[in-house]
Write a protein that binds this ligand. Structure first.
Ligand SMILES: Cc1cc2nc3c(=O)[nH]c(=O)nc-3n(C[C@H](O)[C@H](O)[C@H](O)COP(=O)(O)OP(=O)(O)OC[C@H]3O[C@@H](n4cnc5c(N)ncnc54)[C@H](O)[C@@H]3O)c2cc1C
Ligand SMILES: NC(=O)c1ccc[n+]([C@@H]2O[C@H](COP(=O)([O-])OP(=O)(O)OC[C@H]3O[C@@H](n4cnc5c(N)ncnc54)[C@H](OP(=O)(O)O)[C@@H]3O)[C@@H](O)[C@H]2O)c1
Length: 447
């Protein structure tokens, strides 16, 4: 048996930032890794979430991912979905004898509020739109009917990205950012609203802050400071408005129902006014009041975060896979071990990292740190339970060879990258992406 074969083999499911940085860390510690990825290309939301024209940030990340994947100790299988209804199940992988399995599949389902009218035409989740404008199949090929007046629910960085797209690409007439809390508790950063701040309706912003000022002051928040923060985005770096889109905010408003018209489209968004309650832990909670208001919109977009997939094959509670409350391998006090509430026991050898561990939490830097921490937990686990099958990787390879679909390996993906780069050069554009899996597979000669 060669030295190669005695290395433990860890399977990582998901080749987004968490899976890739985790793979790198494992390899540095003498572990072989097999990476299974649903998408043809690696990168996850770094490829398909980060705003499409942040070319240098995205290319910087791609460079790091290329370097990681150059390791001979990492085997990449793209176009493979692990799920109860997928190409291979987690239960099958568990039987192959990997030293551990890291689940780094991100948070693939969407969070909704369960409001009447969520099924109307013109109601979307930010995830579908972000995948659409970032060219992830099949969303890349779908049509989204966006009207003229759009309510965007939630005021985080995802809202800022969606408003950026609506303002600069779709060029709608009006966007209303709807927040259940006040202006002092927006979650977006100044940097992310610099793309759209010059489209703010400043008179309306003044009036809106004045409208909620008393309720905000009642919990010790300063409405003027909150306004200064919003206006600080009109800095030197703020982008010129290229459209006449006007951006408004509606604070202290919790969505109640989406009103429909006779054609099955959106006729408005009804919101309850809210007040803020200060809890002993210092946090505020929004509480609905008895008064309502209808926002005159024809499109509603939810930007309130995501949830993990319920079809992955792990127990889910709220928006996340269930983790052990009393982890055997905590890192920084956090649990990376998946827990089965029915058996009341950890699920042996299964760890979670990145957005699969904490849905919609943080940027790429946090996913990287989370992956490193997860690997620390995994290495301690492997040290304690060194029972694994050195042939696990070969067993997986044999199983995947039975699939009736093309597997995408590192060389295929490199070929695809080269072809897309050449197309971009020919077209004189910064970036070219094929819009469907069929086109990508054909380009790689795998169709
Ligand atoms: C709209 C938006 C914009 C963002 N912009 C920025 C930004 O500008 N800068 C920044 O730093 N961060 C940004 N982020 C955050 C950043 O993208 C995330 O922090 C990071 O991508 C999370 O990494 P992850 O690996 O945990 O999950 P993901 O990036 O979601 O990766 C998950 C991977 O798992 C694969 N997968 C999913 N399901 C399966 C399955 N069943 N079987 C096999 N594989 C599967 C997917 O193909 C994907 O490759 C943004 C996020 C969003 C939503
Ligand atoms: N350009 C970028 O860098 C970029 C872009 C997108 C995302 N990201 C990152 O990805 C992560 C997720 O971002 P995100 O914007 O999706 O999430 P987020 O920052 O958590 O913001 C979610 C927004 O939705 C609201 N919300 C949540 N649940 C709600 C409910 N039940 N009813 C009404 N409103 C509700 C939240 O309000 P409350 O505050 O009241 O809960 C908040 O305003 C963040 O770490 C973000 O920085 C980064």
């Amino acid at each position: 048996m060669t030295e190669e074969h005695v290395k433990p083999v860890v399977a990582i499911i998901g080749a987004g930032p968490a899976g890739l940085f985790g793979a790198n860390s494992l390899v540095e510690q003498g572990v072989r890794v097999v990476l299974l990825n649903r998408d043809i290309k690696p990168g996850g939301l770094a490829e398909y979430g980060i705003y499409y024209d942040k070319y240098s940030i995205k290319e910087g990340l791609r460079k790091q991912f290329r370097k990681i994947l150059a390791s001979p100790d990492i085997t990449y299988y793209g176009n493979v979905r692990v799920a109860e209804d997928g190409d291979v199940t987690l239960a099958e992988l568990r039987q192959m004898g990997f030293a551990a399995i890291i689940v780094a599949v991100g948070a693939q389902e969407t969070k909704w509020l369960g409001l009447p009218g969520e099924d109307l035409r013109g109601v979307y989740h930010s995830k579908s739109l972000m995948y659409h404008y970032n060219d992830l199949p099949p969303y890349s090929e779908q049509e989204f009917a966006i009207g003229k007046r759009v309510a965007v629910i939630g005021v985080g960085n995802t809202m800022a990205d969606i408003a950026h797209w609506l303002t600069r690409d779709v060029q709608v007439d009006e966007i209303i950012g709807v927040a259940r809390r006040g202006p002092a508790e927006v979650k977006f950063t100044r940097q992310e609203i610099e793309y759209i701040a010059r489209n703010f309706d400043l008179e309306a912003l003044d009036a809106e802050i004045a409208r909620v000022a008393d309720r905000v002051r009642a919990v010790g928040q300063d409405p003027d400071e909150a306004k200064s923060f919003l206006l600080s985005a009109l800095s030197r770096k703020a982008w010129d408005p290229i459209s006449t889109t006007r951006i408004y905010f509606r604070f202290l408003s919790s969505p109640k129902r989406i009103l429909g018209n006779t054609e099955g489209g959106v006729a408005g968004l009804e919101v309850d006014d809210t007040e803020l309650i200060l809890h002993p832990d210092g946090e505020t909670r929004p509480r609905r009041l008895d008064t309502q208001h209808v926002l005159d919109v024809d499109t509603v977009i939810f930007c309130i975060g995501d949830r993990v997939s319920s079809r992955f094959g792990l127990p889910v509670q709220w928006n996340e896979f269930v983790k052990s409350d009393t982890p055997r391998y905590p890192v920084d006090g956090e649990s990376y071990e998946v827990f089965d509430p029915e058996a009341n026991a950890p699920i042996e050898g299964i760890f979670v990292a990145g957005w699969a561990r904490k849905a919609s939490k943080g940027q790429v830097g946090l996913a990287r740190k989370d992956a490193y921490n997860c690997v620390e937990a995994v290495m301690r686990y492997i040290g304690d339970s060194p029972v694994y099958d050195a042939e696990a990787g070969e067993k997986l390879d044999a199983r995947l060879a039975q699939l009736h679909k093309p597997l995408v390996r590192k060389d295929d993906w490199r070929r695809l990258e080269a072809i897309e780069q050449q197309k971009a050069a020919e077209l004189g554009v910064e970036l070219f992406k094929f819009k469907s899996n069929a086109e990508m597979l054909a380009a790689m000669g795998l169709a």
